[in-house]
Design a protein around this ligand. Structure first.
Ligand code: GCV
Length: 737
């Protein structure tokens, strides 16, 4: 990490003030140095990465000279939030808050604001032109001969983001000397998607009930809503869709709009606009109309009037998210209309108010005629250029459904005239729920760095998303939230990192997942390298380990039916073939894998020719996608030299071994991490170890019935017969429904 703080203060530093003396006194009064640092204090994870615990004794002497005074306005709610956060953070980390002042009167003042809010910043005439409305700069400079740090922006929200960045410098042990930072988001709309139902259930939620207490809203505003806003603002998240995409039309009724407005009021100072998932058939369900046909004038009027009503209650309402004609949801195709017809009708209603439609491309037909992986592309590419300017098409990272590993969605790069936004899943529906430690940063990074080759080499998914590849006027990224009412918000301590990395990558899709993991570990646990290094190491390998013990070599969608908990490669039958596992792995005596080349479904043809050639050639396809694109015999020689069957067994086993390793590493951190969080992580790792073993054993037992091969030497056979694994049932697995 650049610019780490020197451990000893510079001799003769003129910024050493009485403030420093105060801080040192505080530390002395506490005992000596470290005794004050509550490293082993019980914590339950509620504070997330905004813990603001006292910095280590040696740094406690180096920081105070840079924060002797705080010169920041409080005229607007955002300014007030900024000042409160800085006071809270600095007091927590340094033991005392800086003195609040109108003007710089000492060395070491922190000056925060915009040219409009602060005459001081106006006089400094900093070049903020290219920062945009949400960007900021943080710079060491002088005011009237006094050394100061300035956080300047064009709008209040930029200053708030800058304040969080400034606090992060302290939280991660970086120097405040000669700071020169300029930041602005690369993606305009950075939203969370809550799959929260009005009854408090969270679809695919593993962190307890919904945080939105609809029953008590609008009268009672849980203080947790403010902490939610702070956490999101600290990452730059600027929008939230409050309700499930499998939506309930009641969300659009006056009673619920009043509740939504109350939440919007809490989130507004933090730069977060609210959005709602709109049920396409709402005109029938709550409007008394006979149809929801998007070309029917009465339907169009209904949506216009409904939208006007929403904006009367919530003037900065963000817009609608829509899941249509997918998994039984109503949509324009019910009336023979296209996705563009449906999206444009809503877009027209929102346009006068500046609202946006996020129309999901997660669709697959009821009849299911073809490879499910092909359907979104087939339905949407012909519509390129037919959407209104305020429509974005929201595309999952892969063409199936948030699998532990998927190749990038072929739509990325294939719709140059339609802004495509990314949809990542932060909640771990297919990745072990909340109990498996799986850091999703590498998954997000792998997708964003994937090269679509649509405009030559380097046409990465990140460039599609940030708009630079096709010159999109609006850009966006959505993350399906993993947030619930559990004290630790995300169901586990380490799942907080997935919320964190999503937010950081939405701000800048080019950030490295490793750097973000380190930042998060420092803020969440400690700046001590003996803690940070092993935690980051565990995190960085954890996603690959989950791929290994669940879906190695490109296998996919082999989880338990419906709830997706645990292995279920034997799942077959039921209402649709593409809701079974056998549809995806196609194991038989002659081999395993889904042939998506020209001899099979030809899904490879949906990629740019250069990519299609690579994925379609069994000798060139990246091995992690082998069985995604190819059906190969059991004795197919993999790149390790092992026959396919042996390679599968090897990878399943390697995944389990990695989890053993994480347990050991974590055990070694006992005493360095506060006991409450340590114990919870240790307990969850024990569950993960058991379940990784279960995944391995059940998968091997099942696939062995086709491969008819013995396990390679040195690999333990599954302890139970296949029937045992098949007989396990989990009717109450969480998040389903
Ligand atoms: C909200 C998957 C999940 C569903 C989810 C759907 C979607 O199929 O299992 O729970 O529904 O994706 O993204 O719409």
């Amino acid at each position: 990490m650049p610019g780490m703080l020197p451990l000893t203060p510079q001799a003769g530093d003129s910024r050493r003030t009485a403030f420093l003396a105060r801080i040192i006194c505080l530390f002395v009064l506490c005992g000596v140095g470290m005794a004050c640092v509550p490293a082993a204090r019980a914590e339950d994870g509620y504070d997330l990465w905004l813990r603001y615990r006292a910095v280590e004794a040696e740094r406690a002497q180096a920081y105070p000279p840079y924060v002797t005074q705080l010169v920041a306005g409080t005229t607007t709610p955002t300014q007030a939030a900024t000042r409160t956060e800085l006071m809270r953070g600095l007091e927590g980390m340094l033991g005392a808050a800086p003195a609040v002042a109108e003007n710089v009167t000492r060395d070491g003042a922190l000056v925060v604001g915009t040219a409009a809010s602060s005459p001081l910043i106006a006089r400094l005439a900093l070049d903020t032109r290219r920062l945009g409305p949400e960007g900021y700069l943080i710079r060491s400079t002088t005011v009237g001969g006094k050394a100061v740090t300035v956080i300047a922006a064009n709008q209040d929200i930029g200053a708030l983001y800058g304040a969080f960045h400034f606090l992060r410098l302290l939280q991660t042990g970086q120097s405040l000397e000669r700071v020169d930072i300029r930041e602005s988001p690369r993606v305009k709309l950075r939203v969370l998607n809550h799959w929260d139902d009005l009854d408090g259930h969270v679809e695919r939620g593993y962190a307890g009930a919904s945080i939105w207490d609809w029953h008590k809203l609008p009268d009672y505003l849980d203080p947790r809503y403010t902490d939610y806003a702070r956490a999101n603002a600290s990452l730059g998240i600027n929008g939230t869709v409050l309700n499930n995409v499998n939506s309930n039309a009641l969300s659009l009724t006056p009673m619920y709009l009043e509740k939504t407005a109350a939440l919007a009021g809490v989130l507004r100072p933090y730069g977060i606009r609210v959005f709602l998932s709109a049920r396409f058939s709402a005109p029938i369900e709550i409007g008394g109309l006979k149809t929801a046909d998007p070309l029917d004038p009465a339907v169009q009027r209904w949506w216009r009037e409904k939208t006007d009503e929403i904006y009367k209650t919530i003037p900065d309402f963000g817009g609608f998210l829509v899941k249509a004609n997918s998994e039984g949801q109503p949509g324009p195709q019910d009336y023979g209309r296209s996705h563009a017809d449906g999206a444009n009708m809503l877009a027209d209603a929102l346009a006068p108010h500046g609202g946006t439609v996020m129309w999901r491309a997660f669709v697959y037909s009821h009849e299911q005629p073809d490879d499910r992986a092909k359907q979104a592309y087939s339905e949407f590419v012909p519509l390129d250029g037919k959407f209104r300017d305020n429509v974005m098409v929201q595309v999952k990272n892969g063409a199936i459904d948030f699998q532990p590993r998927e190749p990038f969605h072929p739509l990325f790069g294939a719709m140059p005239k339609t802004p495509l936004m990314m949809e990542f899943q932060i909640t771990k529906e297919y990745l072990g729920f909340a109990t498996h430690l799986v850091y999703l940063g590498p998954l997000f990074e792998e997708t964003l760095k994937a090269d679509t080759r649509r405009r030559g080499k380097g046409s990465t998914v990140a460039k599609v998303i940030d708009g630079s590849l096709h010159g999109y006027a609006i850009t966006g990224m959505a993350g399906v939230a993993n947030i619930g009412a559990d004290r630790n918000w995300s169901g586990s301590q380490f799942d907080q990192a997935n919320w964190y990395v999503y937010g950081r990558m939405a701000w800048n899709p080019n950030l490295s997942s490793q750097a973000i993991a380190e930042e998060w570990a420092r803020m969440t646990f400690s700046n001590d390298a003996k803690v940070v290094t092993p935690i980051v190491e565990m995190m960085m390998g954890s996603r690959e380990a989950a791929v290994d013990y669940m879906t190695p070599l490109g296998l996919h969608h082999v989880m338990g039916r419906g709830h997706h908990y645990g292995p279920g490669p034997w799942i077959s039958g039921g209402p649709r073939a593409d809701w079974t596992s056998v549809y995806y792995h196609r194991a038989s005596a002659d081999g395993i894998g889904f042939d998506r080349t020209a001899s099979g479904s030809n899904a490879v043809a949906q990629y740019a020719p250069a990519v299609a050639r690579e994925f379609g050639d069994v000798r060139r396809v990246p091995e992690e996608f082998l069985l995604w694109f190819h059906h190969v015999p059991w004795d197919y020689q993999t790149r390790s030299g092992r026959p396919l069957w042996n390679e599968l067994v090897h990878r399943y086993t390697r995944g389990v071994d990695y989890v053993h390793g994480m347990r050991k590493t974590w055990d070694g951190l006992e005493g360095s991490v506060d006991p409450e969080r340590h114990a919870q992580v240790a307990g969850f790792l024990a569950i993960q170890e058991k379940e990784a073993q279960w995944w391995r054993d059940a998968s091997i037992a099942y696939f062995q019935t086709f491969s008819k091969r013995p396990l390679p030497e040195g690999y333990e056979p599954p302890p139970h017969p296949l029937e045992y694994y098949e007989s396990l049932e989990f009717p109450y697995a969480p998040g389903n429904g």
